[in-house]
Design a protein around this ligand. Structure first.
Ligand SMILES: [Zn+2]
Length: 370
């Protein structure tokens, strides 16, 4: 039987403060670890190195593995195989979302080796969630898998994340914002008075309120390298609040329209250079237009322009595309597999097309008035 709501709250332990990596030593001692597999990206290791504790001095063997660049089935197999052959006691993943997803999947594949996640960017909630998204070696998404175990420990060193590319941080803000807009109507559909749904809603509210209140300041501070309260709050919201919505609400904390529009955009080569969150940002706008929430769109426009997030086709460099192409975009957004159909009303290619066009008119008019 499939359960109605399966709650997966989060990592067993979480430390987010300067010096957090130091806790790794205590953790490894508490597991009596003698050998660990350390999976990391090249750039992320460079940035994190000065904050990492010297594990070797503890008489712990480190099996050092550089991430191949994609969370593919092959990469997961390679890491899991290594972990099994070398009989490691703990898997540690340090880097962006794909490194963390690979570490999670490899730990699961080894039969449940404890694992530690150390995100070096705040561009998604990979450190928090109990799932991995898989890609082909050529970068195409091939699905995801949910695991029964969460990580044993998540360590955030704010100074490392502050030093990461700020466009990833902005993309993370947009993806987090989408958590509110996408899950809001789903969460409203749950009739039972599940406490976990109420918590999910509180978390989703933070996904909207924290970035809208502190996001612009946070990005400004990050560009200057200032580890401010605003930045820290937005950074943790990207990683934790976003992850909590899906973790607490399960199927009611899922993506809906914004991510379907994102997926549809990937068909157009003009959007290849854009980060996931930037495409999702446009998706939020289309979703709001579908829901006819024009006031909410007006509220978001100044926020989008401050963060340079695309609010219309023009900003996506799709402004010169023909009517036919835009129809194709709308059709792609409503193919059968898309979560856009989870919205509580019928969505068709025509209604998406109409939403796109009305959004163009509204955003053009608002920017003229600025
Ligand atoms: Zn996303």
């Amino acid at each position: 039987m499939a359960y109605h709501v399966m709650t997966r709250i989060g990592p067993q332990q979480y430390v987010s403060e300067q010096g957090a990596y130091g806790y790794l030593i205590d953790f490894l001692k508490s597991c009596s670890a003698t050998r660990v597999l350390f999976l990391h990206g090249t750039k992320s290791l460079k940035k994190a190195l000065r904050y990492l504790p010297r594990v070797n001095e503890l008489d712990i063997d480190v099996v050092d593995r550089t991430f191949s660049g994609e969370c593919s089935y092959q990469e997961v197999d390679r890491v899991a195989q290594d972990a099994k052959e070398k009989h490691v006691d703990v898997i540690i993943g340090l880097g962006g979302g794909k490194v963390l997803d690979t570490a999670k999947a490899a730990a699961f594949q080894t039969g449940g080796v404890p694992f530690v996640l150390m995100p070096t960017m705040a561009s998604n909630c990979a450190a928090w969630s109990a799932l991995s998204v898989f890609y082909k070696e050529d970068g195409r998404c091939v699905g995801h898998r949910i695991f029964p175990n969460q990580s044993n420990l998540v360590l955030l060193e704010p100074r490392v994340i502050l030093d990461s590319p700020y466009d990833y941080f902005v993309a993370g803000i947009a993806d987090t914002l989408a958590k509110w807009y996408e899950s809001e109507s789903l969460l409203r559909q749950v009739e039972q008075n599940h406490l976990s749904i109420k918590y999910a809603r509180a978390s989703a509210t933070m996904c909207r309120d924290v970035p809208l209140k502190h996001g612009v300041q946070a990005v400004r501070d990050m560009k200057k390298g200032i580890l401010s309260d605003a930045w820290q709050l937005v950074m943790e919201t990207n990683i934790m609040a976003g992850g909590l919505v899906g973790g607490l609400a399960d199927q009611y904390g899922r993506a809906t329209a914004a991510h379907s529009v994102h997926d549809a955009l990937t068909v157009f080569p003009e959007t290849v250079h854009l980060l996931h969150g930037a495409k999702v940002a446009y998706g939020i706008m289309v979703q709001l237009a579908l829901e006819r929430k024009w006031e909410e769109i007006r509220r978001l426009i100044p926020f989008y322009s401050a963060l340079e997030l695309p609010a219309n086709l023009h900003a996506l460099r799709l402004g010169r595309r023909s009517k036919q192409d835009i129809c194709r975009l709308a059709e792609q957004a409503v193919t059968k597999d898309k979560t856009i159909h989870l919205l509580p009303f019928t969505v068709t290619a025509d209604s998406v097309y109409e939403a796109i066009i009305r959004l163009e008119a509204l955003t053009a008019e608002t920017s003229q008035n600025e």
